[in-house]
Write a protein that binds this ligand. Structure first.
Ligand code: HEC
Length: 159
């Protein structure tokens, strides 16, 4: 059994060793030590600044779309990427983006995208269109996140 005191002593010992090593380093590398410390403090400060502030729903939705969908989708008309463009997708027929080579599964499907269909698809694409080609995509389990993404898609109808 190693008691807490022993561990604390061992840790302290290691720190002291480290200190001794640092002290023994030649002048040039010893100067590097405080620099590294300053850098991590600055990095930490930036990380704290960059942490998300409470945003409005639409900003949330845009951010979530950017994180979860934008690698493969644009909402600009005609801008097909790895996935078809999602311009005015709410109310658009499935597999209707011009110039995009859909999977046969999605091409064969015959429905119009509603908020409900999108919600189900974003949660689990295969449950709505079995054999579709939207991969790799894990599905979004959080209903609130899905709602915000769909609201964002609604707002991105090209106005
Ligand atoms: C890894 C790339 C990728 C990601 C990430 C991705 N998709 Fe897709 N998506 C695709 C591909 C590829 C297709 C075409 C599927 C097919 O042809 O079967 C597609 C198809 C779709 C369609 C059908 C469009 C139509 O014209 O019928 C919708 C809607 C859609 N994606 C929404 C989303 C949303 C919303 C997200 C983010 C929550 C997302 N996708 C994330 C690649 C992706």
């Amino acid at each position: 059994m190693i008691g807490n005191a022993t561990i604390r002593k061992a840790t302290l010992g290691r720190w002291m060793q480290l200190g001794a090593v640092t002290a023994r380093l030649p002048d040039s590398s010893r100067q590097d030590v405080p620099q590294v410390t300053t850098l991590s403090v600055v990095t930490l400060a930036f990380a704290m600044l960059a942490s998300p502030l409470p945003a409005s729903g639409e900003e949330d939705g845009k951010l979530m779309f950017n994180n979860a969908c934008r690698t493969c989708h644009s909402t600009d008309a005609g801008d097909n990427r790895l996935g078809p463009n999602l311009h005015a997708i709410v109310g658009r027929k499935a597999a209707a983006a011009e110039g995009y080579a859909y999977s046969s599964a999605l091409s064969r499907s015959d429905f119009t995208w509603t908020a409900e269909k999108l919600d189900a698809f974003i949660a689990n694409p295969n449950a709505v269109v079995p054999g579709n080609n939207m991969k790799p995509y894990a599905g979004i389990q959080d209903a609130e996140q899905r709602r915000k993404i769909i609201d964002h898609l609604r707002a991105s109808d090209g106005n």
